[in-house]
Ligand binder design. Structure first.
Ligand code: NDP
Length: 234
């Protein structure tokens, strides 16, 4: 299986684990990176998902290298946590722009090639907080919940064209994003996880690879939790 795969935010964390998992399965994997260096062994294109011009240029480079993108993983995301009464409007809109509008930008651009191919897989990385909510994360939770409505609508539009659109909703994963949280707060979250621990990025990557793979041909519009039970019942 050597499909043209693009993972946004694939230079570190969950995105890098997803890119490595799919590359190991034999796909031609490209990743976007915004800062720093591209990861060794993967085709890297610099792209800020808040820029439509960047997204378009990145797709053009990937298409020239590997052909039209058949599997898109919209993983790039940020947090800017603040309690609502103190949250500046730009703190809200910056997170929506990167996480939700960013997913729209890359998914829209990916459909161009997928509609021609008459097949494709789009996987959006949301979060358990889309369903649970999280104090200090009204901006982030809104962006991640928005991805679900977006994915389900796109799944309805694109299903007849052989394109699936699914959401993977991780819980609490060991990456830079969670390492930045206060240790006491991290411990409090761990206490609420039935499996009692954080996920590794690889545990998220395995599920994304499944949803993007041949055995998931009949799954679309789904929200798949990979959260150790944290979001159970929501
Ligand atoms: P990291 O903070 O470790 O990595 C974030 C990635 O997104 C980086 O590659 C970063 O690029 C990229 N990125 C951020 N903003 C932009 C942008 N505007 N344009 C392009 N790339 C951008 O995060 P994680 O690996 O932890 O998270 C990955 C995804 O998983 C995110 O969408 C996150 O919301 C989600 N998630 C994470 C959870 C967790 O517990 N860690 C739980 C649930 C969901 P750069 O290196 O250049 O900054």
């Amino acid at each position: 299986m050597s499909r043209s795969v693009l993972v946004t935010g694939g230079n570190r964390g969950i995105g890098l684990a997803i890119a490595r998992e799919l590359a190991q399965a034999g796909d031609a994997v490209a990743v976007t990176y915004r800062s720093g260096e591209p990861p060794a062994g993967l085709f890297g294109v610099r792209c800020d998902v808040t820029s439509t011009a960047d997204v378009d240029a990145a797709f053009e480079k990937v298409e020239a290298e590997h052909g039209p993108v058949e599997v898109l993983v919209a993983n790039a995301g940020i947090t800017k946590d603040t309690l609502l009464p103190m949250m500046k409007e730009e703190t809200f809109t910056d997170v929506i722009d990167a996480n939700l509008t960013g997913a729209y930008r890359v998914a829209k651009r990916a459909t161009r090639g997928m509609l021609r191919l008459k097949r494709g897989r789009i996987v959006l990385i949301s979060s358990v907080v889309a369903m649970l909510g999280s104090a200090g994360q009204t901006n982030y939770a809104a962006s991640k919940a928005g991805m679900i409505g977006f994915a389900r609508s796109a799944a309805r539009e694109l299903g007849s064209r052989g394109i699936t659109v699914n959401v993977v909703a991780p819980g609490f994963v060991e990456t830079d994003m969670t390492a930045a949280l206060d240790e006491a707060y991290q411990e409090q979250i761990r206490k609420n996880i039935p499996l009692g621990r954080q996920a590794t990025p690889e545990e998220i990557a395995k599920v994304v690879a499944f949803v993007a793979g041949p055995d998931a041909a009949y799954i679309t519009g789904a929200v798949i939790p990979v959260d150790g039970g944290l979001g159970m019942g929501h």
